[in-house]
Design a protein around this ligand. Structure first.
Ligand code: XUL
Ligand code: CO
Length: 440
């Protein structure tokens, strides 16, 4: 048994909003039942392995600052991976999050050949299975890292080199098998470099077809291995590429329809990616439910003044309440969940900072859940919505089968001028604010 890494924390308990203990939950009470399910069941929290354990706190101007001894390049890579995994499971179980998420290369080191990478991963899967069994922590989703290694400089599925397409397909097959073996609830595809830097060297139509073919192979493989989780695409408009093909939910939906995948693939919506695409988080959730492709959430936040993908832990109860409202209205998660795709700030170098970050994120989401449930229970918002669209009740024959010309002619005769009514946005915003303030 290795020494505990987070040695001064036993477990994070719920102590309620009045507690001043920074190493306790103030709002997230896992077993509390709201709207017919426990908070744990509504929120399905997951810790992301990469930000919390595989990254050392670099930014574009500086090297790592965080205390992650297993990232020392002088260490034997497999020994280091095992130590990292022990720390990861220690953290997730002490936090009391039910799930974690990984990229293949987060849990096992890249080998000098593809076969060696596969062997490394398989060895680490055995260990991950044991840790899961011991701690009760489950896998929300796995994904393949198709963007860090230099071989992916021109993309994976959209690479101009067919050999690279085949390499990426092989890596995804192995990672899907790994995800299934660990009982993963979903499999995610984030198109890290599936896009372009300049059209001068890019055949866009060809690259889109390659991507469509790749996703079809993934779906075929899902059935071939009997994986019953969701396949999820994670939209992001840019970064690292200048233009990414899976720009936002609407772009992904159009893409899925074109390539015959709209019933097979859903989306993993990341809050900060929504912001980068010029949308609100709530918009992307609503768009996904409207298209019937909602799957899961990467919970994080950007910064009001910095434009890149900052992956901060979520702190805005208002932003999250509006997202949570759409999530509940749409029916909530099935196999998806709330993955903290978020990282510590570079100066947060104490080990316990990782607990503070997750506690804040989980409490923010729990408050958002309580507020959204209160808004729905109160009923006023829904009543006003129903009122606003009441004219369409029984709307199947709203035109009475009339053509555009007939509608024109009827209007000409009646000369009716529809009465305007208030949209009441400010009143509704006040209503949301009231519930955020009062929800307990
Ligand atoms: C990158 C990002 C990824 C995906 C998984 O912006 O969000 O971490 O969530 O590859
Ligand atoms: Co993400």
């Amino acid at each position: 048994m290795t020494e505990p890494f987070f040695s001064d924390v036993d477990s994070i308990a719920y102590e309620g909003p009045d507690s001043d203990n920074p190493l306790a939950f103030h709002w997230y009470d896992a077993d509390r039942v709201v709207a017919g399910a426990t908070m744990a069941e509504h929120l399905r929290f997951a810790v992301s392995y990469w930000h919390s354990f595989s990254s050392e706190g670099i930014d574009i101007f500086g090297t790592g600052t965080l205390d992650r001894p297993w990232l020392d390049p002088a260490r034997d890579p497999m020994d280091a991976a095992k130590e990292k995994m022990a720390a990861a499971f220690e953290f997730v179980s002490k936090l009391g999050a039910p799930f974690y998420c990984f990229h293949d290369r987060d849990i096992a080191p890249e080998g000098s050949t593809f076969a060696e990478s596969c062997r490394n991963l398989d060895e680490m899967l055995d260990l991950a299975g044991e840790h899961q069994e011991r701690t009760g922590v489950g896998l929300l989703w796995g994904t393949a890292n198709l963007f860090s290694h230099p071989r992916f400089q021109a993309g994976a599925a959209t690479n101009p080199d067919p050999d690279l397409f085949r390499y990426a397909a092989a890596q995804v097959a192995h990672c899907m098998n790994a995800t299934k073996r660990l009982g993963g609830a979903n499999y995610v595809l984030w198109g890290g470099r599936e896009g372009y830097e300049t059209l001068l060297n890019t055949d866009m139509a060809r690259e889109l077809d390659q991507l469509g073919r790749f996703f079809n192979l993934v779906v075929e493989h899902k059935y071939a291995i009997g994986f019953d989780g969701l396949i999820l695409i994670e939209p992001k408009p840019f970064e690292p590429t200048k233009h990414q093909y899976d720009y936002d939910v609407a772009a992904v939906h159009a893409f899925l329809q074109k390539y015959g995948l709209a019933d097979e693939v859903k989306v993993n919506i990341e809050v900060n990616h929504a912001t980068l695409a010029g949308h609100d988080f709530a918009h992307e959730i609503a768009a996904a439910f409207a298209a019937g492709i909602f799957g899961s959430v990467d919970a994080n936040a950007g910064d009001d003044r910095l434009g890149w993908d900052l992956d901060r832990f979520p702190v805005s109860v208002e932003q999250m309440t509006l997202g949570m409202l759409e999530l509940l209205r749409g029916g909530g998660f099935t196999s998806g969940g709330m993955n903290f795709d978020a990282k510590l700030r570079r100066q947060s170098i104490d080990r316990n900072d990782l607990f503070h970050a997750h506690i804040g994120g989980m409490d923010t989401m729990a408050r958002a859940l309580l507020a959204a449930v209160a808004i729905i229970d109160d009923g006023e918002l829904d009543r006003r919505l129903a009122e606003r669209y009441a004219g369409w009740d029984g709307a199947d024959d709203i035109t009475g089968g009339a053509s555009l010309q007939q509608l024109h002619d009827t209007q000409l005769v009646s000369d009716a001028d529809p009465t305007r009514v208030s949209g009441r946005q400010e009143l509704l915003e006040n209503l949301v604010a009231k519930h955020i303030e009062r929800a307990r």
